[in-house]
Design a protein around this ligand. Structure first.
Ligand code: GCU
Length: 676
C-alpha cells in the first residue's frame, strides 16, 4: 500500500476502459546499454503498458517500425530506419512525439529527451488519452534543477518528510533504492540535475571517500538522465586542504579547487556543477578577504569550465541587521546592493540563483528586483517546494499560483516588457544560460514529502520549469488523475481545494504583504507575530499601537522601491498605486488606513483571518466526500493532515487577530475579536 505514495504520479494504475485500445505490438529501444536513458525509456514503456493495460510487450533494439513504439534519439532513428520523421527543430533535451494508432515514434534530440517523450506518451495513456498526436516540445531553459538541503548526518535542513535518502552518519547510504526511485520521478517531470547536499555545506562532502559515495548516487541517477551537483563550503581549502587561507585569488586555493574538480570529474564524468552559498548567514565567502562575490564565483567557474560544468552562485547574501531603530535599514536591499555592481563580471558558466522574493520564501513577496538589475549575467529563479514558511506539508498549499505572481511579473526594464520568466530563461537579455532551481527536501517517508497532496507542488515545479506558461490548474488536474485516478469528482474536488489553498493560507497567516507571521527565530511554523520585530533577521513588520508596515519608499523609507526600473518603482513608491496585497511590504500606515477594497487595514486582518480559517475547515468535508472514490489508506492519511490544518488555521486566526486587536485596541466590526 505504501507503493501508492512512493510511485506518486507514476503508478500506472489499470485503466478500466483501456483494455480494447489498440496498442503497439512491441517496443523498440534504440540503445540497449544499461545506463542509457533510451534503455530506461524502453523498460518504462514496458512497465507502464503492463500496468495500465495488463498487456506485456517485449522490448527489442531492432525491428519493424510499423505497429511498434520506437524510442531513441533522432540520430539513432536515422541509423536504424534511414530517415528522420522530425518536422520541427529540436533543442537539447527536446523531443518529438508521433502517435498514429499503433505506430508510435518517440525521438529525443538527446537520449534524455527520448526518455521525456516516453514519459509524455505514458502520461497520456495513464490518463486515458488515446489520441493521435504529432508534435515537438522543447524546454524553456537548460537549467531545471533541484536543490536538496540534506546534511551528511542524514538530517535535512527544513526537511519535512523524514531523513535523507542520500546520507547517513557522515557518508552516502549503501542502499540507494530511494535515490533511484526519486530520479525516476524527476526525469518524468524533466528535471535534469539534483544538488544533493545542503547549501550550508560541509567540507567533508568532497573528501575522497565521499566523492566515491556521491559517485554512486550519480550512478543511480544516470539511467534517468539526471546529473548530480554539489554544494560547496567556501572554506574547504583550509578545512580539508590544510591551507592557511581560502582567498579566491590565492594560487594555492585555485590549485586546491582545480584538484577537487578533477577528482570529482574523474569519478563523475557527467557532473552537473557547483552550488555556492557564501557570505550568507555566517557561511564563509570571498568578502572575508575583501574579494568580490564575482571573484568567488569565478574561482569555481574557471575550475569547472574545462569539464563543461556550471556554477550556481546564490544571491541570498545578506548581513544581519541588529538595529530596527534605523528606519532606513532593510534586509530586502541586500541582494541588489551586493550583486548589481558586479553585473558583467561573472564568467559565462556562472548563473546567479535568485530567491523569488527579496526576503525568504514568504507567503507573498514582490519579485526580487535583482532580476531587473543583472543584464549581463545569467540568472535562475530559486523556488521552494518544501513548505518552509508555508505550513511544512501539514497544510495544503498549492504553490504554482504564488510562483506565477513572480514569474509573470513585468519588471519593465528599459520600459520594455521584461517578464521574470523571460529574464531567467535568458530570452530577455540574450543570455546563454538560465533556468530554475527548487528546494525540495524529500525524505525516506513513503510519501516523499510527508504528505500525498504536497507532491502536486513537485510535479508542477517540473512542468513549469519546462514551460512557465503552462496552466497551474491543468497541471494539477493531470497530477490528480495520475495520482488518484480519473474520477471526475476526485479531480474537481482536489482542484477546488488546491486552487483555494494558497489564498486561504495567506488569509490566515499574513496579509497585505506583511509576510508569513510565523515564528522567525526557530521553527518557521505556527503563528508568532511578535518574533518578526526586534530581531537581527530583519523580517520586520514595524507594528506598534497605531501603525504597521515597512516603509520601503525612496522618499521616506529604506529606498527599496527604487531598486526596480522606473515604471515599477513609481507604482510601488505611491501608496495609491501599490496593490493592496503588497501594501505593508512597501508602506507604513495606520491600522485605520483604507484599502482599495474600502475596508481598513485592521478590519481586513480580522475578516481575512476568519475567511481563511473557514476555507481550511471546508477542506475537511470536501476531502471526506471522496470516501470510496480513492483508496482508504491515502484517504485517511490526507484526512489526518486536513483535520490538523483545519484546527491549526483556527490557532493561526485567533493568535493573529488577538495580537493586532490587543496592540491596536481597535474592535472588530463583526464583534468576533477581543472582549466587549
Ligand atoms: C532560510 C532557511 C535556512 C536556509 C536559508 C538559505 O533562511 O531557514 O535554513 O539555510 O534559507 O536559503 O540559505
Amino acid at each position: 500500500a505504501a507503493e501508492n505514495g512512493r510511485q506518486a504520479w507514476l503508478r500506472y494504475a489499470p485503466l478500466p476502459q483501456g483494455h480494447n485500445t489498440p496498442l503497439p505490438s512491441s517496443i523498440i529501444a534504440l540503445n540497449s546499454s544499461t545506463n542509457s536513458p533510451v534503455n530506461t525509456a524502453g523498460q518504462e514503456l514496458q512497465k507502464g503498458i503492463q500496468g495500465i493495460f495488463g498487456k506485456h510487450l517485449s522490448v527489442r533494439n531492432t525491428g519493424k517500425e510499423t505497429s511498434s513504439a520506437v524510442v531513441g534519439t533522432v540520430s539513432q532513428f536515422q541509423k536504424a530506419f534511414g530517415t528522420s520523421p522530425v518536422k520541427d527543430k529540436l533543442e537539447e533535451d527536446g523531443f518529438w512525439l508521433n502517435v498514429k494508432g499503433t505506430t508510435v515514434q518517440i525521438l529525443g534530440q538527446t537520449e534524455r529527451g527520448a526518455l521525456y517523450g516516453a514519459f509524455e506518451y505514458l502520461s497520456m495513456l495513464a490518463q486515458g488519452n488515446f489520441s493521435n498526436v504529432e508534435y515537438a516540445m522543447n524546454p524553456a531553459a537548460p537549467v531545471r534543477w533541484i536543490n536538496s538541503w540534506d546534511n551528511m548526518d542524514g538530517s535535512i535542513t527544513r526537511g519535512f518528510g523524514g531523513n535523507s535518502i542520500f546520507f547517513t552518519d557522515g557518508h552516502v547510504i549503501s542502499d540507494l533504492t530511494r535515490a533511484s526511485e526519486y530520479a525516476r520521478l524527476l526525469s518524468s517531470i524533466r528535471i535534469n540535475a539534483v544538488v544533493v547536499n545542503d547549501v550550508n555545506a560541509n567540507f567533508a562532502t568532497i573528501n575522497p571517500a565521499n566523492i566515491q559515495g556521491v559517485g554512486r548516487i550519480a550512478d543511480v541517477f544516470r539511467p534517468y538522465g539526471i546529473q548530480l551537483g554539489l554544494s560547496l563550503d567556501f572554506a574547504s581549502p583550509m578545512e580539508l586542504g590544510n591551507l592557511s587561507t581560502y582567498d579566491p585569488l590565492d594560487p594555492g586555493v585555485i590549485a586546491f579547487w582545480d584538484d577537487i574538480t578533477k577528482q570529482i570529474y574523474h569519478r563523475i564524468p557527467d557532473f552537473a556543477g557547483y552550488l555556492v552559498k557564501a557570505d550568507s548567514e555566517g557561511t564563509p565567502g570571498p568578502l572575508v578577504y575583501n574579494r568580490t562575490l564575482a571573484d568567488g564565483a569565478n574561482l569555481f567557474a574557471k575550475a569547472i569550465k574545462p569539464f563543461g560544468g556550471i556554477v550556481m552562485y546564490r544571491a541570498f547574501v545578506y548581513n544581519q541587521l541588529p538595529d530596527e531603530g534605523d528606519w532606513k535599514a532593510d534586509r530586502a536591499n541586500a541582494a541588489v546592493n551586493f550583486f548589481q555592481p558586479l553585473d558583467g563580471q561573472f564568467d559565462d558558466n556562472v548563473i546567479v540563483q535568485i530567491k523569488y522574493g527579496p526576503i525568504d520564501f514568504q507567503v507573498r513577496e514582490p519579485a526580487s528586483p535583482l532580476f531587473a538589475n543583472l543584464l549581463e549575467t545569467n540568472t535562475a529563479i530559486e523556488l521552494q517546494v518544501a513548505q518552509e514558511y508555508l505550513g511544512q506539508q501539514c497544510h495544503l498549499v498549492y504553490l504554482p499560483p504564488l510562483w506565477r505572481t513572480i514569474l509573470d511579473f513585468d519588471l519593465r526594464v528599459q520600459n520594455q516588457s521584461s517578464l521574470v520568466r523571460n529574464v531567467i530563461t535568458g530570452e530577455r537579455f540574450k543570455r546563454p544560460l538560465g533556468g530554475s532551481a527548487a528546494v525540495v527536501n524529500v525524505g525516506l517517508n513513503d510519501t516523499w514529502l510527508g504528505s500525498h497532496l504536497s507532491m502536486s507542488n513537485l510535479y508542477a515545479y517540473g512542468r513549469l520549469a519546462w514551460d512557465w506558461t503552462s496552466d497551474s490548474e491543468e497541471i494539477l488536474q493531470d497530477w490528480t488523475r495520475l495520482t488518484f485516478g480519473l474520477d471526475n469528482t476526485v479531480v474537481d474536488t482536489i482542484t477546488q481545494m488546491s486552487m483555494a489553498s494558497w489564498p486561504a493560507y495567506e488569509n490566515y497567516s499574513g496579509n497585505l504583504g506583511e509576510q508569513t507571521l510565523n515564528d522567525i527565530l526557530y521553527t518557521h511554523f505556527g503563528p508568532n507575530p511578535q518574533t518578526l520585530d526586534n530581531t537581527p533577521w530583519g523580517q520586520w513588520t514595524r507594528a506598534d499601537h497605531a501603525s504597521i508596515g515597512m516603509d520601503r519608499t525612496v522618499s521616506n523609507g529604506t529606498g527599496f522601491s527604487g531598486q526596480y526600473p522606473p515604471e515599477v518603482a513609481a507604482m510601488y513608491e505611491n501608496i495609491e498605486t501599490t496593490p493592496d496585497n503588497l501594501l505593508l511590504w512597501f508602506h507604513h500606515v495606520n491600522y485605520t488606513q483604507k484599502l482599495k477594497s474600502g475596508k481598513t487595514v485592521i478590519q481586513h486582518f480580522y475578516d481575512a483571518h476568519y475567511e481563511g480559517a473557514e476555507t481550511a475547515q471546508n477542506f475537511v468535508t470536501m476531502w471526506q466526500s471522496l470516501k470510496g472514490k480513492i483508496d482508504d489508506e491515502r484517504l485517511e492519511d490526507v484526512l489526518f493532515r486536513q483535520v490538523f490544518q483545519a484546527g491549526h488555521s483556527i490557532v493561526w486566526r485567533d493568535a493573529i487577530v488577538n495580537f493586532y486587536n490587543k496592540i491596536s485596541g481597535i474592535p472588530d466590526d463583526a464583534g468576533r475579536v477581543g472582549h466587549h
